[in-house]
Design a protein around this ligand. Structure first.
Ligand code: SF4
Length: 359
């Protein structure tokens, strides 16, 4: 498969009339410089020089509300991206926007500029959470924009946040289930972080908001990621990307920030699968050796960060030793050998068993 590269272009929304509690764009507007078509061209050229030949290249306009910015600026920026797409230098264009910034006119404009994927910053499918987070849009806005995006033949991305004000585990699960019903092409899961100069920071200091602990965010994200995996929905991000400012002690005041957040969640899914398997089989594990053979791509997820899963299995089940080997195994199975007895495990089967207590 060709390597997939993304050229990220961040489009700030300086005049945004909304007040999302987690967003600092309005407060720091004076220090943000408006993006120009020349910046887009510069960014594209810079990234292209790093990419391998014959790769799949996508330009992504990030920033949360692309279609809410001035139409002329949208078209000027998209015009540059489209120029590269028309020449066959890049393959696709994606952008992210708000659910209430979509209508037929906007979509037909995006079509003219060859946009392929539209990601919606939905954040939650619970109105109370949306209101408490100052999102300024409704659940109905989500449904109607999803319908229009699909009807017009765009690929659909849905983004959700966990740990927003008034959010709960049940509401996160409900949001994920509604996402699944809408059948998106991709999903992103972001734990809420408290960023400097936001309303959430004020709420935090006034003790009206408490960010999730990393363990809680991992626990919730494990359930959500499993739900999406079971439905074969492509989750393209779990956790925020580390940038110069997105780091604890920099702009992140509080919250479940970890540079390897997704890997911790993926490892936790394996822990749940192994727990479900060992519980169901009721095998005598005391002082036995456990050998797991898996696809090479999954070895570090099975071991866990700093061998955390291996240590957990030894401590919880009394294994004398846990070994993990790579082998000729597809991604949907692993082999387990305990005391000379070997079993081929269907990962989804045990994901279902783990998730059954939550849905
Ligand atoms: S996150 Fe909310 S406040 Fe920030 S730019 Fe987007 S819509 Fe505006």
């Amino acid at each position: 498969m060709n390597k997939h590269y993304i050229i990220p272009v961040f489009v700030p929304h300086l005049g945004c009339p909304h007040d999302c509690v987690f967003c600092n764009q309005r407060k720091i507007a004076s220090s943000i410089v408006d993006i120009t078509p020349r910046d887009v061209r510069y960014t594209i050229e810079k990234y292209l020089s790093f990419f391998r030949q014959n790769s799949f290249i996508e330009i992504a306009f990030y920033g949360g509300s692309f279609t809410a910015i001035d139409t002329k600026l949208q078209n000027d920026l998209l015009g540059i991206a489209y120029e590269y797409k028309a020449k066959g230098i890049i393959d696709e264009i994606r952008l992210s926007t708000r659910p209430d910034a979509i209508d037929e006119g906007i979509l037909s404009n995006l079509k003219r500029y060859g946009v392929d994927t539209i990601e919606l910053g939905v954040q939650s499918m619970d109105q109370e959470v949306l209101d408490a987070s100052g999102r300024g849009h409704t659940i109905e806005d989500v449904y109607s924009s999803v319908e229009l995006i699909k009807k017009n033949g765009f690929k659909l991305g849905l983004q959700m946040m966990i740990g927003l004000p008034k959010d709960t585990l049940n509401k996160d699960i409900k949001t994920a289930m509604k996402f699944i019903e809408m059948d998106p092409d991709c999903v992103r899961i972001y734990p809420t972080l408290v960023i400097k100069d936001t309303y959430l920071e004020k709420l935090l200091y006034n003790k009206k908001y408490k960010a999730l602990e990393t363990e809680e965010a991992v626990y919730i994200s494990t359930i959500l990621l499993t739900l999406f995996y079971l439905e074969n929905i492509n989750v393209i991000r779990v956790g925020l990307q580390v940038t110069e400012n997105i780091q604890l002690g920099e702009d992140v005041v509080s919250g479940p920030f970890h540079p390897a957040f997704r890997q911790i969640v993926e490892s936790n899914i394996y822990r749940q699968i192994l727990d479900a398997y060992l519980k169901q089989k009721n095998i005598d594990t005391d002082k036995k050796e456990l050998t797991i053979t898996a696809n090479s791509k999954e070895i570090s997820n099975i071991s866990g960060q700093k061998s955390s899963n291996i240590n957990y299995l030894i401590k919880r089940y009394g294994f004398k030793k846990v070994r993990i080997y790579q082998g000729d195994v597809d991604m949907s199975h692993i082999y387990i050998e305990i005391d000379g007895i070997c079993d081929k495990i269907d990962l989804k089967l045990y994901m279902k068993s783990y998730i059954s207590e939550y849905i």
